[in-house]
Design a protein around this ligand. Structure first.
Ligand SMILES: *Cc1c(COP(=O)(O)O)cnc(C)c1O
Length: 341
């Protein structure tokens, strides 16, 4: 394998053209065989339901090169299941487990030379996308769907590794309307948050931290990752109908439990900000990113001093990334080999 000539150690979290993407079409009640193509564009009807009515869902997962040179996925079946839930929510045709798995495996193998080398700190991000493609002008579900998976090598989403970041509690802007699409990874959720996120980045914050839409009293999550706090010997993470159920969070809850922490999924109030010993963000892109400080109503609550993550965050990070990268045994059966070399 001739690896792509890229500065893997300094990759941004951004789109980078690779060799191929894979496409499956749902027509006449069945899915087509997968087609690998180098084309980065899709033919689209001007009245496609994805454009007008938001029949669009996507996923994000990563594959990693292990120390032995093999390539593995991390809990990709959970991404398949979440995408099915999202699809049902928006009355779209769900992608079956086997098709999702075949798509991920084939597209990763077709782009093997873009998988960042072990030790580079980068990984291959896999982006499955499902859209309604048939023409409708009344509010109706599409008859036809396109399931497409592309990959792109990426570096860290925030500062990388265990470098802490700052968050600002957002009180005025709701990302998703209450009673909205909730757990679906779909366009509307993110577009509505951009006007909150972009201005705070200019002030040196990594992200906003949203509050629940109803009472503006409980922490929800940031724009692209879940949130947790360490309070004494507890790992606390918000329970809320308006956050994305993160697979990273689910994994870290298991790891925290195995480290002897009490795991609490419950409403976490802004009144508790002074009680946190550590805090962090959780997600495929964020991995575990320590929070340096949270600003709420002009006051800074500091959780990481001198750019150093707290000890519990550091241990959770070590255990999670060792499994993802294939450095340590995987006692939970979370990983699957996609390519032998
Ligand atoms: C993707 C995402 C997460 C993290 O989910 P993972 O399954 O861990 O990648 C959290 N919040 C939002 C809004 C997301 O889009």
């Amino acid at each position: 394998m001739d690896r792509a000539v890229l500065d893997f150690a300094n990759l941004p979290f951004a789109y980078q053209k690779t060799d191929q993407n894979i496409r499956f079409w749902f027509r006449d009640g069945k899915w087509s065989a997968g087609e690998l193509t180098a084309d980065e564009h899709i033919p689209m009807h001007i009245a496609a339901t994805c454009l007008h009515y938001g029949q669009e869902v996507f996923e994000g997962l990563k594959v990693y090169e292990r120390p032995d040179g093999r390539i593995q996925t991390f809990r990709s079946i959970e991404n398949a299941h979440r995408m099915q839930r999202s699809a049902r929510k928006l009355w779209m045709e769900p992608v079956p487990d086997a098709l999702f798995r075949e798509a991920v495996h084939k597209v990763v193998r077709a782009n093997r030379r873009f998988v960042p080398p072990y030790g580079s700190g980068a990984s291959l991000y896999v982006r499955p996308l499902l859209i309604g493609t048939s023409a409708e002008v009344g509010v109706k579900p599409s008859q036809e769907y396109l399931f497409l998976v592309f990959v792109t090598p990426v570096g860290p989403y925030y500062k990388g590794g265990l470098t802490p970041v700052r968050l600002l509690v957002e009180e005025d802007i709701d990302r998703a309307a209450p009673g909205g699409v909730g757990d679906a990874k779909c366009g509307g959720n993110y577009a509505a948050g951009m006007r909150a996120t972009l201005p705070v980045k200019e002030k040196g914050y990594a992200e906003v931290l949203y509050l629940d839409c109803r009472e503006k009293k409980y922490l929800d999550e940031s724009g692209s990752s879940n949130f947790y706090a360490i309070i004494g010997k507890s790992f606390a993470t918000p329970a809320s109908p308006s956050i994305l159920p993160s697979i990273t969070n689910m994994s870290v809850r298991q790891i925290a439990k195995d480290m002897g922490l009490a795991v609490e999924q419950r409403p976490v109030s802004v009144d508790e900000l002074p009680t946190f010993n550590e805090a962090g963000c959780l997600g495929t892109a964020a991995v575990i990113t320590p929070v340096e400080a949270i600003t709420y109503r002009g006051k800074d609550f500091v959780y990481a001093k001198n750019g150093k993550a707290g000890p519990i965050t550091a241990e959770m990070y070590k255990r999670l990334t060792a499994i993802q990268l294939g450095e340590a045994p995987d006692p939970y059966g979370w990983t699957e080999i996609v390519s032998e070399g």
